[in-house]
Design a protein around this ligand. Structure first.
Ligand code: OVM
Length: 402
């Protein structure tokens, strides 16, 4: 069926990308969406969705036409109240620019270099622990423990309360970028109270000297950002930096455990870890979808879009687009050039935390690659269903020491 939008005919689909079935395996629907044209109309949500690489990338690069300030979820925050004050993710230049400068000043590749030693020490400790056990859960015993410890310490928040609050908060936060269905409701119920805890952690008194959080406050002290913006930036670290990295670690682990030849290659040459990380981010993107909003009347691929139109971008689909990645896009390959994937987004809002997330993954997987000869899934991993995040609830694995 077609939907006639002013300017063009667009294929209209009745499918729900947020059904359990499609969240469990989104790729068949993504493929149908991509083959239906540059955009599809999702009837159930009354929204135009983009799922090809080129369109997603062009929209993300054009931050003037496709803004974030009206929210990157389905709700237009210019007309509806946000569930919390809008932060760096949902602001446009010029305010965004000042906040971004502070954030990238604190999380520059140089700035995070000093974190490596402590990350490595904890990775070694963790690998000792998991190798001492016959079987482990790759989620609870690796993917969650590592970032909660090292990233929490890097930001400088107290250790007490992290497990209880940060993951529920992340799942709630990322739910706001998808539809308000039962699953959204559930994550908001489970996350009750965690936003307050996170905001308490952003205050100067709760942030350790020299940590990333306190360095954000230094920018406020120098007048480069306001005292209202500092807690929003620390909040961004605590809400965007955990779940994403945790799911990345889990997704990388499953990809590698499912392809024994790829782990073998990694074990033989741990310098390949960097490539494994980007390929895994492309292959199973932790943050699957979000929105932009048109700032004025515009036309894109011949489709007329009035001002304030929401568009839905499936970056998890763009990262599997055979038109960009080639016919084997659905295969995990260490030897692929995965650079340019959209898992971290693109353009002025592209993930500013990348250097830390990459460092965490690099350090952990390098320790594993050196000391683990092979990885076997002992049971099927259990998927975690979430409207915008893609990852695993549990990953039962056996690690064979080298
Ligand atoms: C926030 C925030 C900032 C950036 C990303 C994000 C993807 C959240 O302000 O809490 O989630």
């Amino acid at each position: 069926m077609n939907k006639t939008l002013s300017g063009a005919d667009v294929v209209s689909l009745p499918d729900d990308p947020y059904s359990d079935e499609n969240l469990t395996d989104p790729y068949p629907l993504f493929e149908r969406m991509r083959s239906s044209g540059p955009a599809v109309w999702l009837e159930k949500y009354g929204v135009l969705a983009f799922s090809r690489y080129d369109e997603c990338r062009e929209i993300l690069d054009d931050y003037r036409t496709f803004i974030s300030g009206a929210g990157v979820g389905p709700k237009n925050l210019h007309d509806n109240p946000p569930w919390r004050p809008q932060g760096i993710l949902e602001l446009d230049p010029p305010i965004h620019t000042a906040m971004r400068t502070a954030m990238s000043g604190v999380i520059s590749p140089r700035g995070v270099r000093s974190l490596r030693t402590s990350f490595e020490a904890f990775a070694e400790e963790l690998v000792d622990d998991v190798l001492a056990k016959a079987e482990i859960d790759g989620v609870a015993d690796l993917a969650e423990i590592f970032p909660i410890r090292v990233f929490g310490d890097a930001v400088g928040i107290p250790r007490e309360g992290r497990e209880k609050n940060l993951l529920l908060h992340g799942a709630m936060n990322f739910s706001a970028f998808g539809p308000e269905n039962d699953r959204h409701q559930l994550y908001f119920e489970k996350g009750a109270g965690t936003h307050e805890w996170v905001m308490e952690m952003t205050s100067r008194e709760n942030l350790a000297p020299g940590g990333l959080g306190q360095q954000i406050w230094d920018f406020a002290d120098r007048g480069e950002i306001s005292a209202d913006q500092a807690p929003l930036l620390v909040r961004a670290m605590l809400s965007a930096g955990l779940d994403t990295t945790i799911f990345s670690i889990g997704n990388t682990l499953v990809a590698l455990a499912s392809e024994p030849s790829q782990w073998e290659a990694l074990h033989a040459d741990p310098r390949l870890v960097k490539f494994a990380i980007d390929e895994a981010l492309r292959f199973e993107s932790p943050f699957q979808s979000f929105y932009r909003t048109t700032s004025s009347d515009t036309s894109f691929r011949g489709i007329n879009l009035p001002a304030a139109t929401k568009v839905l971008l499936f970056v998890g689909s763009a990262n599997r687009d055979t038109a960009h990645w080639g016919p084997d896009a659905a295969q995990f390959r260490l030897d692929r050039q995965a650079a340019g994937h959209l898992a971290f987004g693109m353009g002025i809002h592209q993930c500013v935390g990348q250097p830390i997330s990459r460092l965490e993954m690099e350090v952990l997987f390098t320790a594993l690659a050196r000391r683990v000869k092979s990885i076997e899934l002992t049971e099927q991993p259990v998927p975690l269903l979430h409207n915008t995040l893609r990852g695993w609830e549990s990953i039962p694995v056996r690690l064979i020491p080298a």
